[in-house]
Write a protein that binds this ligand. Structure first.
Ligand code: TEU
Length: 570
């Protein structure tokens, strides 16, 4: 184990600014809205916030396309508002994290405008420019066959300077050239130090795995025959100089005793450990996506569910995720939701009206007892669920969803199936407004929200849940308080899964210091389920700390339908 750091104990609440709280009646969330909800966030038990990009941006990818790192996106507010949030967090004893998006900028960033202005511009080399290739018939072709993460070619032709530039995301998100020292320096000054000097406590590092590309840009092998561009993630992820670049960042973060969490989508667990080693820190911790990718057809079509995976496969991934840092000096994170994935209740258990409250609480038990730094996504603590599969395709506003539909249409694919996939997995589900009350627009805004409010807001909302001791919110508060009370065992303990092949329940022990043992039993079905005491707790008495359904239980070997329990084994 590495030395203890403050961020190991953090419970971080992620805010998606456009959908969190509107304060000025324009239908878009904003910074004063966030400020007005800091007390609420603190009341959940969270100890920190992370705000997704709020920087000046033309919003081709909801702010992950940044035009100026040192300016606020106007509809969200201004720098004074941001200063007030930083102070508001610190005054409440909370930490604040920002998003660091430095794989790419917006095409409207001054750096890119200069870079594309001429081949001789001093900033030409700050982005990745390559000449065209020509096929046998003399037709212009991009430098290679890579498909961007949003399903287009990863290259865009620039008429003026007659070269292609690389964009691993949308056309309006040109990739920065990390090989260029001046660009690296500018990134460190503008995107990193500027905010650390302002007092933010660290960053979530967007696409931390993509900074170093193989600069010879080899073609990807054809794995999607007939497609115009080929998946190439394996080629541009974790490139030759990545570790060096992450260390450069790590050094700066160290100077400020700040925290970073990297987004490293397809890293192996071993790679994750290497990136987060206390002895050689590239980042404080990493987001590992294996649980998010469960039941998702990552190899062929990430917007479609697989039919073969079961709860036991989820458990095997969970166990690997929870134990992968054991015996190392690395530190893990734990999350079930973020702005890029559908809602966990819908994804992992059931959002059927009669089960969704119980389901959300079962997942809250998992969250509260998971090893690592905990991340909660806005609305998760309310049990917000995916919006209805009946919503038409026009309600999907995410560029990922839009481009997916475009591609399916272009290729003459099955639109109905595509819609079904989006209804289960689209990023849009996480981006509907937070449901604050049963009032108009769910209390999010007095105007029509930029994105439609989920239909369930009359029964799933903060104001009602706040008053109801049986609500998801009340349960989250209890579960988080319990996590804090037993942080040595839940946050820092060892995870031991039992009854691995069982597809109905998840049963595990957490081993804390001095022989302390906790037992967690989760029923993922709508029927009662028997469970056996895990070997680590054999011979001990189970003392109930929390049940998701009752104040006390009479049978310590049977879970009620969709019940979660947390015991101490004494
Ligand atoms: O996501 C990076 C990333 O790899 C995504 O392609 C992710 O796998 C996908 O969204 C899953 O559906 C980050 C941000 O989290 C995302 O919101 C941005 O769109 C992206 O970077 C570009 O900055």
């Amino acid at each position: 184990k590495g030395p203890h750091k403050w961020w190991m104990d953090a419970i971080i609440y992620q805010i998606w600014p456009a959908s969190f709280q509107d304060s000025n009646g324009d239908g878009v969330g904003d910074l004063p809205g966030i400020l007005s909800r800091l007390d609420y966030i603190k009341s959940t038990g969270a100890t920190a916030i992370w705000i997704s990009p709020f920087y000046d941006s033309p919003q081709h990818d909801m702010g992950y396309d940044i035009a100026n790192y040192e300016k606020i996106h106007e509809p969200y507010g201004n720098m004074e508002d941001m200063d007030a949030i930083i102070k508001g967090c610190h005054d409440r004893g909370m930490r604040i994290f920002c998003d660091l998006v430095v794989n790419h900028t917006s095409d409207q960033h001054d750096w890119f405008k200069a870079s594309r202005s001429s081949k001789d511009d001093p900033k030409r080399d700050w982005y990745i420019w390559r000449p065209a290739k020509y096929d046998a018939d003399g037709n212009r072709q991009p430098p290679n066959n890579w498909r961007s993460c949003f399903n287009q070619s990863a290259w865009e032709w620039d008429e003026k300077t007659q070269e292609y530039y690389l964009h691993l995301f949308v056309v309006e998100q040109p990739d920065l050239n990390w090989e260029c020292k001046a660009a690296r320096q500018a990134i460190l000054d503008s995107a990193v130090r500027f905010w650390l000097d302002k007092g933010v406590d660290g960053f979530r590092i967007d696409t931390a795995s993509l900074y170093s590309k193989p600069m010879d840009f080899p073609d990807a092998e054809v794995t999607d025959p007939g497609a115009p561009h080929q998946p190439a993630f394996h080629l541009f992820s974790d490139g030759p100089n990545l570790e060096g670049y992450l260390r450069v960042l790590g050094k700066v973060f160290n100077e400020y005793d700040s925290m970073t969490v990297g987004e490293f989508p397809n890293a192996s667990f071993e790679r994750s450990v290497r990136a987060t080693s206390a002895a050689d820190p590239q980042m404080s911790m990493n987001f590992h996506f294996a649980l998010c990718d469960w039941k998702r057809d990552m190899a062929n079509d990430p917007y479609q569910l697989t039919q073969t995976e079961t709860l036991s496969s989820f458990k095997r991934i969970l166990s690997a995720q929870q134990t992968h840092v054991e015996g190392t000096d690395s530190w893990p994170s734990f999350f079930l939701e973020n702005h890029d994935i559908a809602r966990s209740t819908s994804r992992y258990i059931s959002d059927a009206p009669e089960w969704r409250v119980a389901s959300a609480k079962v997942l809250a038990c998992l969250m509260a007892t998971a090893s690592g730094t905990l991340y909660i996504y806005q609305g998760q603590e309310l049990g917000q669920v995916n919006f209805s599969p009946e919503w038409p395709l026009e309600e999907y506003l995410d560029v990922g969803s839009i481009n997916y539909i475009k591609l399916v249409k272009e290729r003459g694919g099955d639109l109905k199936q595509a819609h079904k996939g989006l209804a289960a997995l689209a990023r849009d589900h996480a981006r509907t407004p937070v449901q604050w009350s049963s009032e108009a627009n769910a209390g999010f805004s007095t105007a029509k929200p930029w994105m439609r409010v989920a239909d369930e807001y009359k029964s799933i909302n903060m104001a009602d849940e706040d008053k109801d001791p049986k609500s998801v919110l009340s349960f989250y508060r209890k579960a988080i308080a319990l996590r804090k009370e037993h942080l040595d065992t839940f946050g820092h303990g060892l995870f031991r899964l039992t009854d691995v092949e069982n597809d109905d329940t998840i049963i595990y022990s957490k081993l804390g210091p001095d022989g302390k043992v906790a037992v967690v039993a989760l029923n993922f079905t709508t029927k009662p389920q028997k469970f056996a005491v895990p070997p680590e707790a054999k011979g001990r008495k189970l003392q109930l700390l929390l049940s998701s359904l009752h104040d006390s239980v009479s049978d310590d070997s049977t879970l009620e339908p969709m019940e979660g329990r947390i015991y101490l084994a004494v």
